[in-house]
Design a protein around this ligand. Sequence first.
Ligand code: PLP
Length: 391
Amino acid sequence: MLSNLHPETLAIRGAKEQTEFNEHNSALFLTSSFMFDSAEAGAALFAGETHGYTYSRTNNPTVAAFQNRVAQLEAGEAGLATATGMAAINASFLAFMKAGDHLVASRSLFGTTMGLLNNILPRSGIEVTFVSQTDTAEWAAACRDNTKMLFVETPSNPLNELADIAALANIAHEHNALLAVDNSFLSPALQQPLRLGADLSIQSATKAIDGQGRVMGGVVCGKADLVNEVFMHVRTTGEVLSPFNAWVLLGGLETLFVRMEKQCANALAVAQFLRTQPQVKTVHYTGLPDHPQRALIHQQQHGGGIVVAFEVNGGQEAAWQVIDSVTLFSKTGNLGDVKSTITHPWTTTHGRMSPEDKQIAGIGPGLIRLSIGLEHEADLKADLAQALSRL
Ligand SMILES: *Cc1c(COP(=O)(O)O)cnc(C)c1O
């Protein structure tokens, strides 16, 4: 019935678990278990012969409403919610890979994902090869007989470099592997990796979907049989989303599209302003019309996103001075929030990388990352202008 509706409508009116009370907002089911009508009904539920709820580590109506609604926005057959974005990523790896398997991943990934790939996965005997974010040929060359998954995040954090999702999906499928895309940076409002051929689209719902920095959450979307593999893993390992968080995140989804539209407009205004400033060496933003990958941006994104990175002349000292001089931007690593944030990737989000690796990744000591929120763009520009004027 809802299939012909636009994503903006589905974000508000999509999957909902209605109770007998005709509640208008989604109900919050804070209960760990559910009762059976009879011993026989309990047996049927446990055997999977009837649909129903048993225990909130396995399924919960509030969590179901949230994951099903995200799946509608991602154009996936199914979705599975997890406790955090990292839980969604970890479960997606472990559901499909075992000792002796091989993963190809971009070198430009979220810092904690890098930690998972470098320090945790190898302990389970899963091998990882890192390749260029942008050079598709490197991905094809890295695939082997035991390659089970390709993993990418696009655009990259903080430099806004795109990976070509459709091209990577083709490479993965030629090798009978899956392509998993971390879509946290754009959210389903601005990019639907499954439509471009990806097998799994993974979100940190903590970011844009919540949008107000309140709760943690994650979601994996894709074909029903693949999401079921992740479900079977998570129901056993227990990395499930709390119903309360699902209920908060359902509210986040209802305003996701308007927030993203306005935040993208604000981000473009800030990026264009920064370009005119003499203290600024470079600005990295996918919404700028002369971004080197503009054809690909047009093909796979519906907007420039909300993260703007820029490099100031004068290295770390100058970058820290700007960060310490702004009064409106919050000094925090979170992104996607309605409040604009500012961070120094060299010493925070990417601080654990060696200086050489950071330079290879294009992250210099003078780089500053902004996540642009919903404040008036003139106030954001004025705050940056007064901070830059102190250099
Ligand atoms: C924040 C983030 C994650 C991790 O999500 P959590 O909800 O913090 O666990 C993963 N990938 C990207 C791109 C992120 O920004």
